[in-house]
Design a protein around this ligand. Structure first.
Ligand code: OSB
Ligand code: MG
Length: 373
C-alpha cells in the first residue's frame, strides 16, 4: 500500500559536457525537475521528470511540467491510498489529458517508493530479468561527416553496442555514408526527430542501402499513417519514438504497419505502467523494443536501466554512462559501462539502486516547492 504525504519538487541546472543537438534544437545545460516522494510508511524515493526546456521534442517543457505537477498531478495522488503502483496510471489518466512527462515523474517515483518499501531492487519489482543491459550511444548532430565518423568509431572502440546518429535535412545521407564507410559492420541507426515528410521518400530509399538497424521517427511527431506509407517503401525498419504515447498507439502502429520497432521512453508514455503494457504487447507481437533516453541525470537513468532489464528489451538502449553526459553526476555510484558495453542493473541494492548526492543537488537547485497531502 502506498500513500504519499509529501512531494518535494526541485529544479536543478546540470551542465552537459558538450551541447547535444537534434534536428529541432540544441541543449547545453539540462534544466531538470527532480522529485522526492515521501510515503506515510516512512519509505521515500527520488524520481526525475524528462521534460526539456523547449517544446521541441514534445509540447511539454520544464515550466509546463512544474505547473502540472503542482496544480494537477500531485493533488491527485497526495494522501490517496493505492494498493500497488500499477494502479496510479488510471488515476492520473482519467479526465486528465496530456502532461505525460509530469505524470510519469510521479508515477515512476511511486514505483520507486514501492520498491524501497518492499526492500527489493526496482528492476525486480517490475519483473526485470537481465543482470546487465547492452548500451548504445546517441550522437548529436556533428559539424562535419568526418567528425561524426570519428565519434562513431571512438564509441564502438569504447564498447557501445549501437551508434544512433541524429540527422536533419542537409546533414543526413553524406553523414550516414561516411559513418558506414568507417564502420562497415557496426550497428548504426539514424534518428530524424520528425525532420522529414513523405516527399523525402527518395532520400530514405537511398538510406535503405546503408544497412541501418532502423530509422527512428522520420516523420511528424504525432503521425502514424504517413509512417506506414514510408515503411511500405523501405526494407529498413522504422522505429517510432515520439508517435508512441500509449499502448493504444503501439497497437495502432502494428495495425497500420507504421513501424517495426518501438523506442520506449517511460516519460513519454506517462510512466512505468504504460511502459510495461507496451513492452508486454510488443513481446506478444514480436516487436522488439529498446529504452530511449532524454539526457537524464543518474536518477532518471536508474528507472531506465530497471526498465531495460525486462525480457523484450532486446536492442541496446540510449543508456550511456554518467560520464558521457556529466562531469559529475548527482548519484553514487555513478552509472558506468564495462568494456563489453554493458551496464550492470543494481540488483544488490533496494529501491532505485543509487544514492542521491543531496548536497550537490542543493547546490544546483534553482527553485523548490513542498507539496503536502
Ligand atoms: O529522440 O531520442 C531522442 C534527447 C533529447 C530529445 C530526444 C532524443 C534524445 C536522445 C538522447 O536521443 C539519448 C540519450 O539520453 O542518450
Ligand atoms: Mg528519438
Amino acid at each position: 500500500m502506498i500513500r504519499l504525504d509529501q512531494i518535494v519538487l526541485r529544479e536543478i541546472h546540470l551542465p552537459l559536457r558538450e551541447p547535444f543537438r537534434i534536428s529541432s534544437g540544441s541543449v547545453s545545460t539540462r534544466r531538470i525537475i527532480l522529485l522526492e516522494l515521501f510515503d506515510a510508511s516512512g519509505a521515500a524515493a527520488w524520481s526525475e521528470c524528462v521534460a526539456g526546456e523547449w517544446p521541441n521534442y514534445s509540447s511539454e517543457t520544464v515550466d509546463t511540467a512544474w505547473l502540472a505537477l503542482e496544480a494537477y498531478v500531485a493533488p491527485r495522488v497526495l494522501g490517496v491510498r493505492f494498493d500497488k503502483p500499477a494502479d496510479v496510471h488510471a488515476t492520473l489518466d482519467r479526465d486528465f489529458r496530456g502532461h505525460r512527462m509530469a505524470k510519469a515523474a510521479v508515477e515512476m517515483g511511486m514505483w520507486g517508493v514501492a520498491a524501497t518499501q518492499a526492500g527489493v531492487p526496482l528492476a525486480q519489482l517490475i519483473g526485470g530479468e537481465r543482470e546487465r543491459v547492452p548500451v548504445g550511444i546517441s550522437l548529436g548532430i556533428q559539424a562535419t561527416p568526418q567528425a561524426l565518423a570519428d565519434r562513431a568509431m571512438a564509441a564502438m572502440a569504447e564498447g557501445y553496442h549501437k551508434v544512433k546518429i541524429k540527422i536533419e535535412p542537409g546533414r543526413d545521407l553524406e553523414y550516414l555514408r561516411t559513418a558506414r564507410e568507417a564502420l562497415p559492420s557496426a550497428e548504426l541507426m539514424a534518428d530524424a526527430n520528425n525532420a522529414y515528410s513523405l516527399a523525402d521518400a527518395p532520400l530514405f530509399k537511398e538510406m535503405d542501402e546503408l544497412n541501418l538497424m532502423m530509422i527512428e521517427q522520420p516523420l511528424a511527431h504525432d503521425d502514424l499513417v504517413r509512417h506506414a506509407e514510408l515503411q511500405r517503401q523501405l526494407r529498413t525498419a522504422i522505429c517510432l519514438d515520439e508517435s508512441i504515447t500509449s499502448v493504444d498507439r503501439a497497437q495502432d502502429m502494428v495495425a497500420l504497419g507504421a513501424g517495426r520497432i518501438i523506442n520506449i521512453k517511460p516519460g513519454r508514455v506517462g510512466g512505468f505502467a504504460a511502459s510495461l503494457s507496451i513492452h508486454n504487447y510488443c513481446q506478444r507481437q514480436e516487436i522488439p523494443v529498446w529504452c530511449g533516453g532524454m539526457l537524464e541525470s543518474g536518477i532518471g537513468r536508474a528507472y531506465n536501466v530497471a526498465l531495460a532489464s525486462l525480457p523484450n528489451f532486446t536492442l541496446p538502449g540510449d543508456l550511456s554512462p554518467s560520464r558521457r553526459y556529466w562531469t559529475q553526476d548527482i548519484v553514487s555510484p555513478e552509472w558506468t559501462m564495462d568494456d563489453e558495453g554493458m551496464m550492470t542493473v543494481p540488483l544488490g541494492r533496494t529501491g532505485i539502486g543509487v544514492d542521491v548526492d543531496t548536497e550537490r543537488v542543493d547546490a544546483l537547485t534553482v527553485r523548490r516547492a513542498v507539496l503536502q497531502a
